[in-house]
Write a protein that binds this ligand. Structure first.
Ligand code: AMP
Ligand code: ZN
Length: 112
C-alpha cells in the first residue's frame, strides 16, 4: 500500500523514532509545531479516527498510555496536548490514523 506512515512503520521510509512496540510506533514530526511534536500511530493501517473498528479499540487506549509514557520521557511534566485531525475539514493530510503529541510550550485554545 502506498501509505507514507505504513512505510515509516515498516522502516521503508526513515524517521526519528521515539517509541516502538509490536503494534505502535511514535516518531518526530518532520515539521514540528512545538518544541516536542511526536506522531503516534498504530502499525495497522487505519485510515482515520472515523474508521476505527470494534477490533481496534484496545490499540487506541494503548496509544494514549504510550503518549503518557513518551511525555514523561521527554520531560513534559507541565502538560501536553494530544491532537487528532480527522478528514478534510479536520485538517487531516496523511490518511493513516495518527495522534499528535505536542508540548514544551503553552498551547492556545481554541485551535485554528
Ligand atoms: P495531519 O495534518 O494531522 O494529517 O498530520 C500529518 C503530519 O505528518 C504533519 O504534521 C506532517 O508534518 C507530518 N509528516 C508528514 N510526512 C512526514 C514524515 N515523512 N515524517 C514525519 N512526519 C511527517
Ligand atoms: Zn498506512
Amino acid at each position: 500500500m502506498d501509505c507514507i506512515f505504513c512505510k515509516i512503520a515498516s522502516n521503508e521510509i526513515s524517521s526519528k523514532k521515539v517509541y516502538e512496540d509490536d503494534q505502535i510506533v511514535a516518531f518526530n514530526d518532520l515539521d514540528p509545531q512545538a518544541p516536542v511534536h511526536v506522531l503516534i500511530i498504530p502499525k495497522k493501517h487505519i485510515q482515520s479516527a472515523d474508521q476505527i473498528a470494534d477490533g481496534d479499540t484496545n490499540i487506541i487506549g494503548k496509544i494514549f498510555m504510550v503518549a503518557s509514557k513518551i511525555a514523561k520521557e521527554l520531560g513534559l511534566e507541565n502538560g501536553y496536548r494530544i491532537v487528532n485531525n480527522c478528514g478534510e475539514d479536520g485538517g487531516q493530510t496523511v490518511p493513516h490514523l495518527h495522534f499528535h503529541l505536542m508540548g514544551g510550550r503553552k498551547m492556545n485554545w481554541p485551535a485554528g
